[in-house]
Design a protein around this ligand. Sequence first.
Ligand code: GCU
Length: 730
Amino acid sequence: MRTILSLNDNWKFFKAPHPEDTGDEIVTLPHTWNAVDGQDGGNDYHRGTCWYERKLSKPELEAGHRVWLEVKGAAMTAEVYLNGEKLARHEGGYSTFRVDLTDHLKDDNVLAISVDNSDNDTVYPQKADFTFYGGLYRDVNLIVVPAVHFELGYCGTPGIKVTPIVDLEKQSAQVAVEAWVEGDAKQVTFTVAGQIQTAVPAQGRAQAAFTIENVHLWDGVDDPFLYTASAALDSGDEVSARFGCRKFEIDPQKGFLLNGRSYPLRGGSRHQDRQGAGNALTLEHHKEDMAIIRELGANTLRLAHYQHAQEFYDLCDENGIVVWAEIPYITMHMKNGRANTLSQMEELIVQCYNHPSIAVWGLSNEITAASAVNEELLENHRALNDLCHKLDATRPTTMADVFMLEIESPILEIPDVNSYNLYFGWYLGELEQNDEFFDEYHEKYPDRCIGFSEYGADANPQYQSAAPEKGDYTESYQCVYHEHMLAMIEARPWLWATHVWNLFDFAADGRDEGGKNGQNQKGLVTFDRQLKKDAFYLYKAAWNKTEPFVHLCGSRYVDRTEDVTEIKVYSNQSEVSLYVDGRLLASQTGRTVFKFQVPITGEHSIEARSGSCCAVMLVRKVDALNPDYALPGRATVVNWFDQGENDPTCFSVSDKLGEIQAHPQAGPIINQMMAQGAASRGDVATAVKDNPGLVRMMGRMTLLSLLKQSGADAESIQQLNRVLQGIKKS
Ligand code: GCU
């Protein structure tokens, strides 16, 4: 019999070096020392070595029993000491590791674990847009097992590996079960779906093959049916794993298929942290996130940018959410980091293999953002790709590519399927460039599976606007942005997976923007999970098929200066009626987004109804913009380049760079201006010039967008506009 004892309580915590005078801060796991300073901005959160220390009495042991320490998450590097003797070191902040304490235990012991999240050049992540919290932020346990027991030491293995292969025609599944044994076991008894088989281990490994007829499929969010496989030893040790019988396919033209039917993966990403708790999450936190995800109606999650808690993968299994799992090989390739990418990937796959929800293994994220595509980078990716295929013959590999990576890059040939992170319409360029990018990519590479691994726009729910625009951090613009993206995605079912970045705001201590210091606000839900932004309800309207609702956008936009204001309703119903001060204004039939133009003169009650669903809010006509609605210091958004002021037969800054550059008279003017600008920007311009993909992308951006991006002042933009207005387009 295996006994698991929690060691979460009574840890003395202190920061190294350990000055004698530190008070004894006693903490309970899960714990992070960056719960506060990792979320308040300034990029000054504590990164270093800290110590956790506690007394440990030797448990009562039967002859031959072994005592293992199990650490489920120590970020980012940990060393384990027992009575001052160093027993182990683990590099990787997101996976489980175990240490055999048995031969070092006295009756009474001091167990110490040093944990380090310092800068270094070997353990990923080192450069990314999220806080690298430090701590023992998941459970720590003691596992007591008989002398003959299932494997515990190798890569934090569950000891049992289950491989279900479905035959849809026969409606059956072949289930291979393997188990690894420590000690002299005579036989292993396997049980799967009520069937029992025994096997004799050879070189510590036992296996059995089962057939499940009339198999009950794991069918995504509609029916995530789970079986259990178990393995037992005569010694009494036993391990088990739940598994799901499903068939995943990814096709370049059809996109994602589940159990033979089209099943486009539509969802978002999640970081494992929360306001006030850091990454020291409880099961309740995980369950609350999953409930929000189910309300949204997503059928997939990208669990970025690292291995998440087993409890969360379990929740994805139970809820039928298809998962993209990945390691934190991110942003910048490190010459000394190769071994760590391989060890983190090996632990991820060994520990998570049995989860039916996991569909792909992510090799890296935007790794070319700060690194050239050279042979070393390519080799590291090939090594990872081969490792994934060796450890798991059933799942494809993928990677999330940064928008500047040209689609001709050789690195894109390495993973089995591709996916891009694009931020056109937020960081740069126009919303339409997302459509153009994917259509060009799909046309040029019709045999490549293409996904959309990140897209998003920051929104602070306090900020509102009647004229939302890119970069204003308003809840209003986030809606405009996602309405475009949703329509773009729905028109491209061959996108095998699309993941909103992000479902939840998260800590990025290096950020200070959008009125919140230390946060990335691209979430559809706020960091504390207390507020679902309007854009959340856009996707709920498109994806949630079970809960009828209507949602009024702009409930936080009370004070309005416009005489006629747009009232937007998101709903998964086909008919919506709008009432103003109790009187029916209009009814519309449609899908997802319903827009009404409403004259306002004073204070009005606005009500949206559909059947028994209804939502109510208040709006008030005012003369002056409410300053609370705009990012402090941001000029009031008045689009002085209103197309109506420009002569459309002549060029203006609102035209696309490529069109202007192609004109014999306008082109030289712009090219000379950019050449002067490039001289000041140095290698960035060179990088652009040498990157045909980037040149193509910039050509599609409006000159105005690029000028704003480059920080040009209004006066110089107007001056250039006047020059261009003097040039006929013909
Ligand atoms: C990148 C990156 C994310 C980051 C996001 C953003 O695509 O992969 O980790 O948070 O951009 O800038 O919001």
